[in-house]
Design a protein around this ligand. Structure first.
Ligand SMILES: C[S@@+](CC[C@H](N)C(=O)[O-])C[C@H]1O[C@@H](n2cnc3c(N)ncnc32)[C@H](O)[C@@H]1O
Length: 253
């Protein structure tokens, strides 16, 4: 009986716990739900990273209130929070394969604004969603129209996929973009390494999960990108979170 009461009390406490933080007037997600949990426990550092994201959207990717944006792997809205500080009237869809993330974004970020959309996608992934119903195979598609978006944005998503899956993802990013549309992605990319390696030894961090990092050789990775109809506008080595590299791309075919 005592055990039951203590379970019940724990559950009530969890429900009553504040599920957000306010920093400089901006609503931020709970600390243990943030991408890079440890590094971003600090509201200040997390907030500053959202500001950098906002700058990237506007200054590097030319986002305006006319841009239709799809963010793949929005987690708990780090990029979105920075984006709406800069351009409040955007049309945005954030999709994620983690149900909790999307429930949180819907409750705290969507603000009943029909242009702010957060969608859960039940894709199977060994680390993020092992019981997902949708398989990543040659019939794979995100649930959006062809040629609809001006920008597909994917920070920290490609690193968890092997090359055959990256091909499937790139192909579908291409399908969803207009000609001339932009793709921003980050990846672990180096020179003088094997073409592809999962959780490479002595590389940046210790690994807890399968497929925590898939690292690519630069030429090999860029061939994958070009073959899917993208032009590489800019490559920036290790400029992103966790020493990932940035690719600014344009759909040309
Ligand atoms: C490392 S986090 C990225 C964090 C976020 N983009 C940011 O910069 O703060 C990876 C996120 O992508 C999601 N994810 C992984 N594969 C995905 C896919 N194919 N489609 C949508 N979301 C995906 C995971 O559930 C997780 O929330």
């Amino acid at each position: 009986m005592r055990e039951l009461w203590s379970k019940l009390a724990g559950s009530i406490k969890r429900r009553l716990r504040k599920n957000y933080h306010i920093y400089k007037g901006v609503l931020l997600p709970p600390r243990d739900s943030r991408y890079l949990r440890e590094a971003y426990r600090s509201d200040k550092l997390f907030y500053e990273s959202t500001v950098m994201e906002g700058i990237k959207f506007t200054q590097r990717l030319g986002v305006t209130d006319k841009t239709r944006i799809l963010e793949i792997g929005c987690t708990t809205g780090r990029s979105f929070i920075g984006l709406v500080q800069k351009v409040p009237d955007i049309y945005y869809i954030g999709i994620d394969i983690n149900q909790w993330n999307i429930d949180w974004c819907k409750k705290y970020l969507a603000k009943e604004n029909p242009n702010y959309n957060f969608h859960y996608f039940d894709l199977k992934h060994v680390m993020y969603n092992p019981n997902g119903k949708i398989e990543m195979n040659e019939n794979f598609r995100f649930p959006y129209e062809t040629g609809y978006f001006d920008l597909v944005y994917a920070t920290g998503v490609i690193p968890n996929y092997i090359d055959s899956e990256v091909l499937i993802l790139l192909k579908d990013f291409n399908r969803m973009l207009k000609i001339g549309g932009r793709l921003f992605l980050t990846s672990f990319v180096e020179e003088d390494v094997p073409d592809m390696e999962e959780n490479p030894e002595n590389y940046l961090m210790t690994f807890t999960y399968p497929r925590q990092i898939v690292r690519y050789e630069k030429n090999f990775f860029e061939k994958l990108i070009s073959e899917q109809g993208f032009r590489i506008d800019s490559f920036e080595h290790r400029t992103e979170i966790d020493f990932q590299s940035a690719y600014y791309l344009t759909k040309i075919s």
